[in-house]
Design a protein around this ligand. Structure first.
Ligand SMILES: [Zn+2]
Length: 143
């Protein structure tokens, strides 16, 4: 049976995302200092991650920053073997959801773990890192 006809594009598509961070800059500055913070609504008490300039539950703009610490418990994870084009250079990787203090759930790559030993409930730590361009990011590592 012949393959159905296809049309392949040979163009390289470079995507650049400019995400405004003026209202969440505290998060990035804190991450560079090794602290993992997010916003808490002073009106209804909701703690959100990622940080929000305005509370998504009650729409109040009265939010303050709370330190979540860096300890987490693994909720769930998945191993990505077929990577999207934007991560093609990375090879396979593991994405995890960890629960931090205040019940905040965070999605991040899990690195430095033997995937055959990764189990929900295991202790993780958020580890701040900097990319080659100096921009901060974070991963989970086994605690
Ligand atoms: Zn609120």
């Amino acid at each position: 049976m012949a393959d159905p006809p296809t049309l392949h594009s040979r163009r390289t598509l470079n995507l650049h995302f400019d995400i405004p961070i003026s209202k969440t800059r505290e998060f990035w500055d804190s991450l560079k200092e090794g602290r993992f913070v997010t916003t808490k609504c002073m009106k209804c008490g909701s703690v959100c991650f990622p940080p929000q300039a305005d509370c998504p539950k009650c729409m109040s703009g009265d939010v303050s920053w709370v330190d979540l610490g860096r300890d987490a418990a693994l909720v769930t994870f998945t191993r990505v073997a077929v990577t999207p084009a934007s991560f093609a250079e990375e090879g396979s990787y593991t994405i995890a959801i960890g629960e931090l203090s205040e019940g905040v759930k965070v999605l991040a790559w899990l690195v430095g773990a033997n995937v055959s030993r990764v189990k929900p409930g295991m202790k993780l730590r958020v580890e701040p890192r900097a990319g080659p361009d100096g921009k901060p990011y974070y991963v989970f590592v086994p605690a």
